[in-house]
Design a protein around this ligand. Structure first.
Ligand code: ADP
Length: 259
């Protein structure tokens, strides 16, 4: 819990700095991209090499824009807009996007047993987090393996030792059959800009962004990993109070008692 707090403070400082830079950068990039677009449209038929140079510039600028978007997301100047989300539906709605992201060599399994419990979280951020986890899983599996998305209802009591308050949570886990992480990597994964990926592939912001979002939503992130076997990243997010099907209620432990 102590380490998590220190991490949160570090994230806040880096977030403020990055957010300011990314914001200004984004405005300037909009000018660059707009100029490139105009130049392209006004190019004569026989422009020769110029067309290729312009395309290269456009590609570079687009990449820079994608990075600043990610930085802005990490700094998150916009407030979260939480709503009640049924995790099974959310994941089903993302299945096409996930298939396209993961490629043919990776099969996707989903096991959602949240028994009617809803997550209370920002939908866009949550989708983004799941997509980020899927991309990490894909990279760790080198294009071949199985990705499992599972969810469940987790009642936490007061002394579970994590960052969450006692109460009902929904667990959303992404498991891969990839490389796993060494202890050294595990210790640093939530650090902003920590990446083991080649330049241009990783930014090191995926997990720190997820950490920030989940913490801000009142939850916590737990990672389980074994080198050569794979990794499970679990997001514990607070439940929305409403629950539809009482008969499906799992056993409740801890001091909370009946709802
Ligand atoms: P990025 O993906 O841009 O590197 P992240 O913050 O998402 O940034 O991840 C940081 C690092 O954590 C990765 O570079 C990788 O070394 C490690 N990592 C993250 N997810 C996994 C995973 N599922 N399996 C193995 N290593 C992972």
């Amino acid at each position: 819990a102590e380490a998590q707090l220190r991490q949160a403070q570090k994230m806040e400082a880096v977030g403020q700095l990055t957010g300011g830079i990314a914001h200004d950068f984004n405005n300037m990039l909009a000018v660059v991209l707009g100029g490139i677009e105009l130049a392209k449209r006004n190019l004569p038929e026989d422009a020769g090499d110029a067309a290729r140079h312009i395309d290269n510039a456009a590609e570079g600028a687009s990449r820079a824009a994608a990075l600043t978007r990610q930085l802005l997301g990490f700094a998150r100047s916009e407030a979260l807009a939480p709503e009640a989300i049924e995790p099974g539906e959310l994941i089903a709605g993302m299945s096409n996007l996930l298939d396209r992201t993961l490629g043919e060599g990776i099969s996707v399994e989903t096991r959602c047993e949240s028994a009617g419990w809803h997550v209370w979280a920002d939908r866009v951020q949550l989708e983004n987090a799941l997509l980020n986890l899927a991309v990490n899983a894909r990279d760790a599996m080198d294009g071949r393996g199985t990705l499992t998305i599972s969810c469940g209802h987790v009642p936490l009591d007061g002394d579970h030792g994590g960052a969450c308050a006692p109460g009902d949570y929904v667990r959303l886990s992404v498991t891969d059959t990839g490389s796993g992480m060494s202890k050294e990597v595990m210790e640093r994964v939530f650090e902003p800009f920590f990446t083991t990926k080649p330049v241009g592939k990783g930014t090191g912001l995926g997990l720190s962004q997820i950490f920030g979002f989940v913490r801000q939503s009142g939850g916590e992130v737990v990672i389980d990993s074994a080198v050569g076997e794979g990794t499970t990243v679990t997001m514990l997010l607070p439940c929305h109070a409403a629950k539809t099907d009482e008969s499906a209620a799992p056993e409740r432990i801890g001091p909370q008692g009946a709802p």
